[in-house]
Design a binder for this molecule. Structure first.
Ligand code: UD2
Ligand code: MN
Length: 556
């Protein structure tokens, strides 16, 4: 599946390394203490025992000069990308116990935390993961966690098919007294896999990580301190970026903190922190209250997670569990906070390398429908509208989840929107919603991949009920909108999604009784380009190429 959402943490500060070295150069420089971990057993190390190799040290990346690889190396390089959707070849060159550096703000380093912080265990789930990447996650935890604060690490194998994750992994894990391996047996999806790991946790705090993370100095204490202050706070570290290409560790710049939001595709996105929240904070290292969070990498009190009914086990494979936990945390008496002193890197990738079975999109929709049905009250209609009322899927039984919500006496979703996420755009009083279908071609206007749509051109594509990025709302104030983006034109032949500035006339349109879409900028009509790949504006001529079907639906 392709990545959606402005899910990538775009605010990274370091530039990617421009280095371009062949494998031989790299080996030489590193004195090649660490051979390609694919071929040899990784050295067995205990906590606080970092590699002294220079490759990848302090989070540096490695860029592989593909033109200098031998055919055999090139094959491995290609296979690595194919299997993982990241550059496994580069990862295998970097020691599994590299030091990623201390990325904390000076003020964080001076922080003094409570003496009796609660103990934590970490759950790491995976369905196929490269050996070097998985172990780098584990080593980074061991190397950066004070031993009295970390009890267990549970690796949960969600029915991986790759050979190295079978016997070899069992053997490797056996060398550690505090690393345990659990296996789901059948493919369960990340939500149920996390629940299996969680059922073994017997510490005060549980921490969940993806299998391609790296924890950096001082990540653990501020999370535990937050929960020790109030066990209803879900503590979320910064999600630094580990480059999928070079494995460079790019820390978030906390001068430009973002918070988690969501759109009505029910995708997570990054949003600017509102002024009121910025004013509430007294220091740059104060936590940021966040309406939602990314999903991986968070710490939660075991009691509070149980109180909230953990995750909805009805969610399959991937998706929505982060919004579920976000909504219910806030609605049922807790809070969700991003902690600027805690740096954990996550490797963000463009596509998912693993299979979702026959119909991934349906799985995603079912998870979202469960979420909407249980937690969003009447606001679920905005999601239904987004998926073109394509809601006839069997989403399984949700009686227990509804009962849970009632028994916890949680606030309404309306309360959540008003109090926690007042900045969210709600498409009230729309004039039309859904596909904008061209009468001459039956093609629909599509925005670029969701989340990456700003300042990129729209196109014409065959209409599909699964293409959420073909959904547009004609708003009360005459914009053609998708969440934070509006359709506007830079020139008569260049149509991009741009910020919805209410004063910009190039984003204002009238949908006439004759089904023409008329620009407020120059009274001309939206039509299609001669090659039928995109839209344009021309003087209105009454031709079917300028006629558009768009359901005139008013959302209240
Ligand atoms: C993001 C989250 C992830 C989760 C997901 C929404 C971050 C950075 N990551 O996923 O934690 O909230 O959004 O559901 O916030 N996996 C399994 N079984 C499966 C599929 C995946 O164990 O059937 C594992 C996978 O190996 C990985 C983790 O689940 O460790 C998350 O999957 P991902 O990394 O492909 O997804 P990501 O980071 O886009
Ligand atoms: Mn991930």
């Amino acid at each position: 599946m392709e990545r959606s959402a402005n899910y990538f943490n775009v605010k990274t500060v370091r530039n990617m390394s421009n280095k371009s070295e062949s494998l031989d150069d790299i080996k030489e420089k590193a004195e090649f203490k660490h051979q390609l971990v694919d071929q040899v057993n990784i050295p067995y190390r205990w906590a606080t025992n970092y590699s002294n190799s220079t490759v990848g040290y302090k989070g540096e990346g490695v860029s592989v000069d593909v033109s200098r690889l031998s055919p055999e190396q090139k094959q491995r390089y290609d296979d690595g990308w194919k299997k993982n959707a990241f550059n496994q070849y580069a990862s295998d060159i970097i020691p599994v116990n590299r030091y990623v550096g201390d990325h904390r703000h000076d003020l964080c380093r001076k922080m003094v935390y409570k003496e009796n912080l609660p103990e934590a265990s970490v759950v790491i789930i995976f369905h196929n993961e490269a050996w070097s990447v998985l172990w780098r996650t584990v080593y980074s935890i061991l190397n950066t966690s004070p031993s009295h604060l970390l009890k267990d690490i549970f690796l949960v194998d969600d029915a991986s098919t790759q050979g190295h994750l079978h016997q070899r992994l069992t053997k490797e894990v056996d060398k550690f007294s505090n690393v345990h391996l659990l296996r789901t047996g059948v493919r369960s999806g990340l939500i149920k896999a996390r629940l299996l790991g969680f059922s073994h946790v017997n510490t005060t705090v549980a921490i969940f990580l993806d299998s391609h993370c790296e924890c950096s100095d001082g990540w653990l204490e501020p999370l535990l301190d937050k929960i020790a202050n109030c066990n209803r706070t879900v503590a979320v570290p910064l999600a630094d970026e580990i480059s999928a290409e070079t494995f460079q560790f790019n820390p978030v710049n906390i001068e430009y903190m973002h918070m988690g939001g969501f759109d009505f595709d029910l995708n997570f996105n990054w949003r600017p922190v509102p002024q009121e929240e910025l004013k509430r904070r007294t220091s740059i290292i104060d936590s940021v209250k966040s309406p939602t969070f990314l999903g991986c990498c968070f710490a939660i009190s075991v009691d509070f997670f149980k109180h909230l009914g953990t995750y909805d086990p009805g969610y399959q494979i991937w998706g929505s569990e982060n919004l579920e936990l976000s909504f219910k945390t806030w609605m049922c008496g807790g809070s969700l906070e991003i902690i600027p002193c805690s740096h954990i890197g996550h490797m963000f990738r463009n596509t998912m390398p693993y299979s979702w079975g026959d119909n991934g999109m349906q799985i995603l929709i079912k998870n979202s429908l469960r979420l909407a049905e249980v937690w969003m009250d009447d606001f679920k209609r905005f999601y239904h509208d987004r998926i073109f009322y394509n809601i006839k899927f069997d989403i399984g039984d949700i009686t227990d989840r509804k009962k849970l919500r009632r028994s916890l006496k949680c606030h309404s979703f309306d309360w959540y929107l008003k109090n926690v996420y007042p900045g969210l755009f709600l498409p009230y009083n729309s004039q039309a919603t859904g596909h904008i279908r061209n009468a001459a071609t039956e093609l629909c206007i599509e925005s670029p991949v969701m989340g990456f749509m700003m300042y990129r051109e729209v196109s014409l594509k065959p209409c599909s009920d699964y293409a959420f990025n073909q959904h547009w709302t004609l708003t009360e104030d005459n914009t053609i909108r998708r969440d934070e983006g509006c359709l506007g034109y830079q020139g008569p032949h260049s149509f991009v999604v741009m910020p919805c500035n209410p004063l910009a006339s190039q984003i204002k349109w009238t949908y006439s009784q004759a089904n023409l879409i008329i620009s407020h900028q120059d009274n001309r009509c939206l039509g299609i380009s001669t090659d039928r790949t995109t839209v344009n504006v021309k003087p209105c001529n009454g031709g079917s190429q300028q006629v558009w079907a768009w359901p005139r639906r008013t959302l209240k």
